[in-house]
Design a protein around this ligand. Structure first.
Ligand code: NAP
Length: 254
């Protein structure tokens, strides 16, 4: 019998969707430091993806970047195929790619925006979970972390109730899938960030949105992407080996 204390353990291979910027990029960098090899998905910003990949490689990890729109089944399949071919069997998924559309009341939101937000935030998560479930069941182990939001329980009135609805669906997906996949040795959890300093708010149309929320945050400040990455990394790690079906709120108390 080889001595497991001296036999090098294989590095976990983890897919991070939306790994180019924001929470996804911080997660890639954190996971690289924790010993993961990474398939980094992005949809359009190749420059940001390569910048994050360079930081991941500098931390000693292997990293493949894949342009993949998670709302497209074929793109999701190609993302996971590339990860398996270039890095090895996938045992981790961070379902992170998300969009809000422009800020506004539901009555003023176009059907095109509603469809895109549901396609990326819900269908995309389902497609990635579906493929991860197959790949991880074949290995007999794995962990999935879905990015939810405090919006799932706060509802985001006036900003994006459609986005909040997709995040509530993420919580239901997490609970149901954890029960479905537990017997296969696969854990499924979610992280629900509060107001985090990323491009998301400017993309939604209000660069000052995060700072404006500070008076309503008990800890009195906006959160950072590495603080969310730390929670994701913990849920993926062996330290969380008995944790499944949970939504971990990381929100400064909101
Ligand atoms: P972000 O800074 O806007 O970055 C979004 C990332 O998702 C980018 O890497 C982007 O790729 C990628 N992406 C967008 N649409 C995609 C698609 N269709 N297919 C593949 N990738 C796509 O966002 P973030 O703030 O880091 O948010 C990450 C996750 O956390 C989201 O699920 C979000 O809902 C959730 N969250 C964020 C906050 C917050 O305050 N920031 C709070 C709660 C929850 P490109 O670089 O190629 O555009």
């Amino acid at each position: 019998m080889p001595d497991s204390s001296t036999t090098p353990q294989p590095r976990p291979v983890t897919v991070v969707t939306g790994g180019s910027r924001g929470i996804g990029a911080a997660t890639c960098i954190r996971l690289a430091a924790d010993g993961h090899d990474l398939a980094l998905g992005f949809v359009s910003n190749a420059e940001a993806a390569e910048r994050t990949a360079a930081a991941v490689r500098a931390a000693g990890a292997r990293c493949v970047t894949v342009r993949a729109d998670t709302a497209e089944e074929a793109d999701v399949e190609r993302l996971f195929d590339t990860a398996a071919e270039q890095l090895g069997p996938v045992t981790g998924l961070v379902n992170n790619a998300g969009v809000t559309g422009p800020l506004g009341r539901l009555a003023d939101t176009s059907a095109e925006t509603l469809r895109r937000v549901v396609d990326v935030n819900l269908l995309g998560y389902l497609l990635c979970c579906r493929r991860a479930a197959k790949d991880m069941a074949a290995v007999g182990a794995g962990a999935i972390v879905n990015l939810s939001s405090v919006a799932a329980t706060l509802g985001s009135p006036g900003d994006f109730v459609h986005y909040a609805a997709t995040k509530a669906a993420t919580d239901a997906l997490t609970i149901g899938l954890s029960k479905e996949l537990g017997p296969d040795g696969i854990r499924v959890n979610a992280v629900a960030p509060g107001m985090i300093d990323t491009d998301m708010h400017a993309t939604a149309g209000d660069p000052g949105r995060a700072d404006a929320a500070v008076p309503g945050i008990p800890l009195g400040r906006v959160g950072s992407a590495p603080e969310i990455a730390a929670a994701i990394a913990w849920l993926l790690s062996g330290e969380a080996s008995y944790v499944t079906g949970t939504v971990l709120r990381v929100s400064g108390g909101r």
